[in-house]
Write a protein that binds this ligand. Sequence first.
Ligand SMILES: [Zn+2]
Length: 362
Amino acid sequence: MSPDAGGGAATPLDAAHLEEDLAALCLPLGRRVGMPGHATARRYLRRRMEAIGLNPLPGRELEWPYRARHPQVGELCDFCNLVGVLPGQGNGRGDARHRAAPAPLLLGAHYDSVIDAPCADDNAAAVALCLAIAEEVRRAPLERDLVIALFDAEEPPFFLTPAMGSVHWWEEKRETERPAAAIILDLIGHDVEKRPGPFRDAAPAVSDLLFAIGAESHPEIRNVVEHSSVALGAPRVVLAPQRCIGDLSDYHAFRVHGVPYLFLSCGRGEHYHSESDTLEWLNLAKVRSVGRWLLHVLRLLGARTLGKTALPCDTSAAEARLLHATFGSFAEQMLAAQGLAGMQRSRDVEMLVYMLRNTYFI
Ligand SMILES: [Zn+2]
């Protein structure tokens, strides 16, 4: 059943301005750093953050402008991250003198584009979803604070350089601004389509697939993702450990500094980094389903004890369960084709994850 089927009671995100935000961000000439569309997007995002009621972090503004060297040209360039916070409902309880507020969750996505084109999936959809989640959390707060971070300069040539928005933010933030966990979104709006390779026969039956990377950074993240992703209407979530996938987006800065994290993505589809990455490519029902599930995950994580540092854990059993839930007997067939018996051994599960990586992330 599609959660968007009309007539029923309102479900989370129905009242959010997801489509309007998405349309406003999909500028025909894109949001590339230094281009007019980038400035337009930045102004739009600040206005929307103010309208939603996101507060600047204490002693900060919503805009965090910075200068950094262009990694190719060498000149100083202007960039800007946008960061706001929604207070958690747990913060007002009890005697504040005896109880420190728990560290916030951070939900982040980059808003720059790689080329002068709409780049709807990369990454307008994720940014619009961050705003929609913020609208929802403003109405019904999490237990702990939620920081919304819209990062600049994720795309090449800035990727993994000091100019990258999330890398710079990490250096600029105060220790009190360190999140308990970071959830990063990139490429979350398209259907996983039929592609060459071993999984071609499984798609389009798995068009609602969503990859979750980083669950191995904390047992609470692993548990919440594993147990929430079998609900009706949730996307089909597959766990893929970072060691199999590498660093593909803004979670890099959090991972290397030992922050528990989760990266959600549909992988690289056929219109990745091309002019045809337009609104038409997106599946808005999927974006909403990812959003509803993510909101549920945020509410659960907001109420858990996370500490402040990663607590690496084994995810192989959870990976096997979710792979089986997603691909059914197809997963076993794939392994049998490689001469492997099944998903009993973590090595074999890992083999399957590598095959998925080679299909959807390269
Ligand atoms: Zn990109």
